[in-house]
Design a protein around this ligand. Structure first.
Ligand code: PEP
Length: 250
């Protein structure tokens, strides 16, 4: 069996001002004074804090990531940010296709795929988010929807370049609700099967993160589920103490 080093990514969303760098400093302190983390740690702050987070993380092994990128590398796209700009600011990862982008900015799988391709082109590792809505789960469509999103949003370049898949059931994000461990296991196994069918052995090495209300109290049991190779953490990544507890649960 292939073993994949786990990855824990924090998504600050539209939260974080200069003083939030104090939380970064505290996270760095916890990570460097406690037992060495068994996971790769990524923090995805708002773009205004990206360079500072990347600089601060350098000494403690925390990597920085963006929360979105434009498919183009530059041009007349007021308000957007390109993957090469994120890389230039020190990012190594970028989240693409988060459900908030899909729902509030109308991002389709095709757009998400082009963003993931742009990320790879800029030397970033895309964290590609997929996940069903509550209605889709209730109608028994969850695995069908998620495998469709995966097929359409994951670029072929994943065969040669590192990408990360994040399974985030939309109804579990920010709600303090999570699927049962059995449902998480079933979905992650289904995603793994899609990856190996498409990419062969390479598909065994692609990380599949779980995201959606991962908290200090439930991280350990979720991270122990088969084919869960880490977590994408929203709310609980804003406090260093909570995020550190989740990292330590690996
Ligand atoms: C997220 O936004 O990616 C997320 C998982 O949020 P939360 O942990 O707050 O549910």
């Amino acid at each position: 069996l292939t073993t994949i080093s786990p990855l824990i990514a924090g998504n600050w969303k539209m939260n974080g001002l200069t003083h939030s760098l104090d939380e970064m400093a505290e996270l760095a302190r916890l990570l460097t004074t406690g037992a060495a983390p068994r996971a790769i740690v990524v923090v995805c702050p708002p773009a205004t804090l990206l360079a500072a987070v990347a600089a601060q993380g350098a000494s403690s092994g925390i990597l920085a990531g963006g929360q979105d990128c434009h498919p183009q590398s530059s041009g007349a796209h007021t308000g957007d940010i390109s993957a090469s700009m994120l890389a230039d600011a020190g990012a190594q990862f970028v989240i693409v296709g988060h459900s908030e982008r899909r729902q509030l900015h109308g991002e389709t799988n095709e757009i998400v795929r082009s963003k993931a391709e742009a990320a790879i082109g800029a030397g970033l590792k895309p964290i590609i988010c997929i996940g069903e809505t509550e209605a889709e789960r209730e109608s028994g469509q969850a695995e069908h929807v998620v495998s469709g999103q995966l097929a359409a949003a994951l670029p072929d370049a994943a065969a040669q370049h590192e990408v990360v898949v994040a399974y985030e059931p939309v109804w579990a994000i920010g709600t303090d609700r999570t699927p049962s461990l059995e449902d998480i296991a079933a979905m992650h196994t289904s995603i793994r099967t899609c990856l190996t069918e498409r990419f062969g052995e390479r598909g065994e090495t692609i990380r599949i993160l779980y995201g959606g209300s991962v908290k200090p109290h439930n991280a350990r049991e979720i991270l122990n589920v088969d084919n869960v190779n880490g977590a994408l953490v929203g709310g609980a990544s804003l406090l260093a103490k909570d995020f550190y507890t989740i990292i330590s649960a690996v």
